[in-house]
Design a binder for this molecule. Structure first.
Ligand SMILES: Nc1ncnc2c1ncn2[C@@H]1O[C@H](COP(=O)(O)OP(=O)(O)OP(=O)(O)O)[C@@H](O)[C@H]1O
Length: 294
């Protein structure tokens, strides 16, 4: 069955601090939802409530309509990679996975399959204390997948992964969603995250700033032009007269509020030869910082 993650007016207070303030969003099946926030914005607190590790002050965090603690067989429904994955350093990767497999009702064949799937087959019998951060992340991903859950909650899963590992993770996440699964993923690697997510939820100071498809977020953001001409001052004045908002980076003007066609015509009308005109496509990092700082 398709499984939805829902936060409904979720609030968490620690004394006078409101860590999470009336947060609502949905992560839908068949889609990858990015959860973005600066340090201290309330991401981890939200995810912990979702996973039954912390109790909401008010509101609800639901997986398929139920609170985590009311889920039947939670490890078969939800797999999670949280920061600082837990494995005993003296245990081998295989032993760790095998002990966790008992909880998930998974057999040895599944353990072997997952060790291969996450690329740890060669290190499976080494102690995890000797694993690199990236290898520990791979083991955490394997652990999350043990019960073959429809929902994956991944908090900074790319930590410590090399470029190959990041590409592997991207494919894993996309495939999970293609197969109808629900993925909620947080990462501070925004350019990478933008390649993998369908929907975006941005949280700042405990409150949701945006929750929408990524394409819609891009569409709602003003495109920025970069224009360089022979006489920047004259060009600036002409663009402003036509309603553009202009900033400058030395010789290059940054313009919001005009199309490239309009800017080109305005420059022509002002008799300023244009040497360069480019449209900056909105990028997640830029949009995020503007929203997170506001
Ligand atoms: N156990 C706690 N007791 C008191 N305050 C807390 C506790 N846990 C979190 N907070 C506060 O709640 C706010 C949100 O913290 P949270 O860890 O959820 O942020 P975050 O977005 O996950 O940050 P990071 O990216 O650094 O993990 C912060 O102001 C933090 O100091």
């Amino acid at each position: 069955m398709a499984t939805v993650i829902e936060a409904l007016n979720l609030t968490k207070r620690y004394g006078r601090t409101i860590a999470v303030d009336d947060v609502s969003f949905v992560a839908a099946p068949g889609r990858v939802t990015g959860f973005l926030g600066l340090n201290g914005s309330g991401k981890t607190t939200t995810l912990r409530m979702l996973l039954g590790l912390s109790r909401a002050t008010s509101g609800d965090a639901l997986i398929n309509g139920r609170r985590f603690r009311n889920l039947r067989d939670p490890v078969r429904q939800v797999g999670a990679v949280l920061e600082q994955g837990v494995s005993h350093p003296g245990q081998t990767g295989r032993a760790h996975l095998t002990s966790q497999a008992v909880l998930a009702g998974a057999g040895r064949a599944r353990v072997d399959h997952l060790l291969g799937y996450v690329g740890l087959e060669h290190a499976a019998d080494e102690r995890t204390g000797g694993y690199s951060l990236g290898m520990r992340q791979r083991l955490a991903v394997a652990t999350a997948l043990l019960g073959d859950p429809a929902v994956l909650v991944l908090d900074e899963p790319a930590n410590g992964l090399d470029p190959e590992g990041i590409a592997w993770l991207r494919e894993l996440v996309r495939e999970h969603a293609r197969n109808g699964g629900t993925v909620l993923i947080s990462s501070h690697l925004l350019a990478e995250l933008a390649k993998v997510i369908d929907d975006v939820v941005i949280i700042a100071k405990g409150r949701i700033r945006r929750a929408m498809p990524l394409a819609e977020l891009y569409g709602s953001t003003a495109h920025r032009l970069r224009i360089r001409g022979r006489d920047p001052r004259r060009l600036w004045q002409a663009l402003e007269r036509a309603g553009g908002q202009v900033r400058t980076e030395g010789q290059v003007l940054e313009v919001v509020g005009l199309s490239p066609e309009q800017a080109g015509e305005i420059a022509f009308g002002a008799q300023v030869p244009v040497y360069e005109l480019a449209v900056d496509t909105p990028n997640l990092e830029q949009i995020f910082f503007e929203l997170a700082a506001a």
